[in-house]
Design a binder for this molecule. Structure first.
Ligand SMILES: [Zn+2]
Length: 200
């Protein structure tokens, strides 16, 4: 498949297996691209979408840019402009780990990750699914600090969170992970100025 300035999910119909996880193609610059698919269950089976490599959103069209295929939103805002110079243990790596984790567990989200979006997702009734939301909310907590404070995490800390083994994931609630900031090295809450307390 060649010469694609944008790709549309419809063009893969009948060309890839119904349950294909991804498609690899060469564009007209000779560059090979792999785009992951994601699936949404429907009353009649499942509907296939393209997954934006930048934000993991389910979309029908991806547009080619100098830094790869992106959804329309990512094309406009370029949230990961510096991804080529990804800092190990920094915000980009955490974002990347979140996308991978979410994809593996069939969780579609937009940054910043917010567990409350899944309130109506029937999978939320299961603890095993809530455990996955906890991992993602924990990673979002880390990502926020990496963006705001340039915090860098060791691969040991990141991997313990990704495996759901970090002690903080068991010690605090989803609400806490979303609203407060924790030191992932010590497990302690970082006390900051909380605007909401002033407003009350
Ligand atoms: Zn996107």
């Amino acid at each position: 498949m060649n010469n694609m300035k944008c790709i549309n999910i419809k063009q893969f119909k009948g060309k890839v297996k119904p349950d294909a996880e991804s498609v690899t193609f060469t564009d007209d610059t000779g560059k090979q691209n792999t785009i992951e698919f994601c699936y949404q269950k429907t009353g009649f089976g499942k509907k296939r979408f393209l997954m934006c490599p930048y934000c993991s959103k389910r979309v029908e069209i991806l547009y080619r840019s100098e830094s790869g295929y992106k959804c329309r939103d990512c094309l406009g805002i370029k949230p990961y402009k510096g991804i080529k110079n990804m800092t190990k243990g920094g915000a980009d790596e955490i974002a990347y780990r979140m996308k991978q984790y979410a994809y593996k567990h069939d969780i579609a989200f937009e940054f910043p990750f917010d567990y409350t979006v899944f309130g109506n997702d029937e999978r939320s009734r299961k603890q095993s699914f809530r455990d996955k939301l906890i991992v993602l909310q924990g990673l979002e907590n880390m990502r926020f600090q990496a963006i705001m404070g340039k915090t860098i995490y060791s691969s040991k800390v990141i991997s313990s969170v990704c495996r759901g083994k970090h002690p903080l994931l068991k010690a605090v609630s989803l609400y806490d992970l979303k609203n407060w900031i924790y030191n992932w090295n010590t497990g302690k809450e970082i006390i900051l100025y909380h605007p909401r307390q002033i407003i009350k």
